[in-house]
Design a protein around this ligand. Structure first.
Ligand code: T46
Length: 148
């Protein structure tokens, strides 16, 4: 069965392949192998001043994998019902986010770099940046995040 059919439809941390070598480690992400979507775009966030936050939006259809390829940061995610905080601090760990998740990134360490691999080209119309609109959509749709 294809990875996309088996993959959890909620925010989940995944451990990526780590290829050890005396020369250093290498981590790889391939579409339909570690992630359940085809890669349309890659961007990275760096030089974040101490105390700054980013995000505060959700996506209508976009799926993504985020990795702290250096340093660390926290990501708070909510589906409008349940809120969780994930810490990214290893270059071989990623956080998968399906559509419909409001996210906020904070606690960026000095020198951190947040790499994001996403399923769609950039399109501002694909964002929900208004929290009230997000909550209205969430109420119509129902929960995404499994409560532990
Ligand atoms: C997300 C987190 C992790 C572009 O022109 N092209 C792009 O591909 C992106 C991602 C952004 N932009 C422009 C749009 C804004 O004028 O760059 C500016 C900053 O974007 P934004 O305020 O959305 O940045 P963040 O850090 O709040 O969010 C970004 C992504 O937009 C978002 O999808 O999940 O990083």
């Amino acid at each position: 069965m294809a990875l996309r059919e088996n993959f959890p439809n909620e925010p989940v941390k995944i451990t990526l392949p780590r290829i050890y070598d005396p020369r250093g480690s290498l981590t790889v992400v391939e579409e339909q192998n570690q992630i359940p979507f085809d890669i349309a775009r890659v961007y990275w966030i760096y030089d974040v001043p101490g105390g700054e936050e980013r995000g505060a939006h959700s996506h209508r259809k976009l799926q993504q994998l985020m990795m702290a390829v250096s340093g660390s940061l926290d990501i708070e995610v909510t589906d409008g019902f349940t809120t969780k905080v994930f810490t990214l601090n290893k270059p071989f760990e990623g956080l998968y986010l399906p559509p419909g998740i409001w996210r906020r990134m904070f606690n960026f360490s000095s020198g951190s770099c947040l790499l994001s691999i996403v399923s769609l080209p950039y399109d501002e119309k694909e964002y929900i940046r208004d929290y009230d609109e997000f909550i209205e959509n969430a109420r119509k749709r129902g929960p995404i995040i499994t409560q532990e």
